[in-house]
Unconditional design. Structure first.
Length: 192
């Protein structure tokens, strides 16, 4: 739980009272690789803080599995659309490794938002941060080349390459696995 509050402090400093209230609603989860935190056509009730492990958010399109987000340690995993609208979503959230998570249930955090201004501010800042990252991802998919997207992933999250299957990385980057293999080969040749 210490990691959670260190990450939270990057967004906002909580009063001791607020920190105690938030600690009281955090639910610990220790779950195996392959577990689905969220299944398609269900409503997302939790924001998950990832202490250990990683997740991928994906959906099916034309019978293909499409990875649209990868969340690593010290970040959050959630179907934001479902969590906020309280409606079922097409997305699934899968654990790619055995994971230790802290869950914040929608109903619990909404009650704390009413009582603690700093917790409400934290929620707003986390959503704002997520929107910025989403816009950056949208821009990358539309304006950056496949090689530029791969290099950005290497720069920002190098461990993903060793921890996530290449087919999922290709899907996340919006390219075929064959294109990813060519980019990786060119990248390796340039390093030599």
């Amino acid at each position: 739980m210490t990691d959670f509050f260190q990450t939270l402090n990057q967004f906002v400093r909580l009063t001791p009272e607020s920190e105690a209230a938030l600690s009281a609603i955090l639910k610990p989860f220790s779950l195996p690789r392959g577990y689905l935190l969220l299944k398609e056509d269900t409503t997302c009730n939790y924001i998950y803080y990832i202490e250990k492990g990683l997740t991928r958010t994906f959906y099916y399109k034309d019978g293909k599995d499409v990875t649209d987000w990868i969340s690593l340690e010290k970040t959050f995993a959630c179907s934001v659309v479902s969590y906020i609208t309280r409606r079922p979503d097409i997305r699934n959230i899968e654990l790619l490794e055995d994971s230790v998570l802290w869950g914040i249930h929608y109903n619990d955090i909404e009650q704390l938002y009413q009582k603690y201004h700093d917790i409400e501010r934290f929620g707003r800042l986390v959503v704002s941060d997520g929107l910025v990252k989403l816009q950056q991802r949208f821009d990358d998919l539309h304006f950056a080349t496949a090689a530029e997207r791969y290099n950005k992933l290497l720069d920002t999250n190098p461990s993903v390459i060793q921890r996530v299957p290449l087919g999922m990385i290709a899907s996340f980057l919006g390219i075929t696995q064959e294109t990813l293999s060519r980019i990786r080969a060119q990248h390796t040749r340039r390093k030599e």
